[in-house]
Design a protein around this ligand. Structure first.
Ligand code: SF4
Ligand code: FES
Length: 235
């Protein structure tokens, strides 16, 4: 089928502002938007810049706006979006070149919630593992699925307004550790997410939940964090 691919272009070395370039492509409806970008880069303009690594929805590096919605280029098929396709960089982060944005503010916020397992207690006498029941594991299963693509945070109006808002992805990570029965830093993390740049900035827009390529119920997880900051309960 014939598709028209409109691509945001910006090279800070020569452009004062961004513009769009349009490519007419002959593709299969089952090809992915990432395939189209590779096609343009390989056969039309080798200077086109975009991120990708795994190409299978695992690494989270190719989140972009496709027809106005945040999606992974490697998980979106041509038939999902039609024959007129516009691709643009994520909103709310500085554009480095073409479809590449500066992810530093995103990862700075991620680091603030202590995104690692904390347990200073000695291991059980019998052993090697800190045991957890299936129910305890299920409590945070949903939020372990995050691939840090930033589709949620960069679809959030509160983050557009101020990139010091922790944002949905950092809150998802906080949830993953706060509700892990083996972790001992829940109260420290609840204090961090309870600060003014945290949960209070979430106005339940649901954009994050709609954008997540892993179908994580982000707004629900944020709601559980809000409740935990009020009650102190994390079980
Ligand atoms: Fe991406 Fe979903 Fe993780 Fe947000 S919660 S960074 S949208 S995988
Ligand atoms: Fe890794 Fe798309 S390239 S998620």
């Amino acid at each position: 089928m014939q598709v028209t691919l409109k691509v945001f272009r910006y090279n800070p070395e020569v452009d004062k502002k961004g513009h769009y370039e349009t490519y007419a492509l002959d593709v299969e409806e089952t090809e992915r938007i990432l395939d189209l970008l590779e096609l343009v880069k390989g056969h039309h303009d080798g200077t086109l810049s975009f991120r990708r690594s795994c190409a299978h929805g695992v690494c989270g590096s190719d989140a972009i706006r496709i027809n106005g919605r945040n999606m992974l280029a490697c998980k979106t098929l041509v038939r999902d979006v039609g024959d007129r396709i516009t691709v643009e960089p994520l909103l709310g982060l500085k554009i480095v070149k073409d479809l590449i944005v500066d992810m530093e503010p995103f990862f700075d916020n991620y680091k603030k919630v202590l995104p690692y397992f904390i347990n200073e207690s000695p291991l059980p006498a019998d052993g090697k593992e800190r045991l957890q029941s299936p129910e305890q594991r299920a409590r945070f299963d949903e939020t372990t699925k995050c691939i840090l693509c930033a589709a949620c945070t960069t679809s959030c109006p509160s983050f557009w307004g101020s990139d010091d808002y922790l944002g949905p992805a950092a809150l998802v990570t906080a949830h993953r550790f706060i509700f892990d029965s083996r972790d001992e830093a829940a109260s420290e993390r609840l204090k961090i997410v309870g600060e003014t740049s945290g949960l209070a900035r979430c106005h339940t827009a649901y954009n994050c939940t709609m954008a997540c390529p892993r179908d994580i119920q982000i707004t629900k997880a944020i709601g559980e964090l809000k409740l935990a900051t009020l009650t102190g309960k994390v079980d």
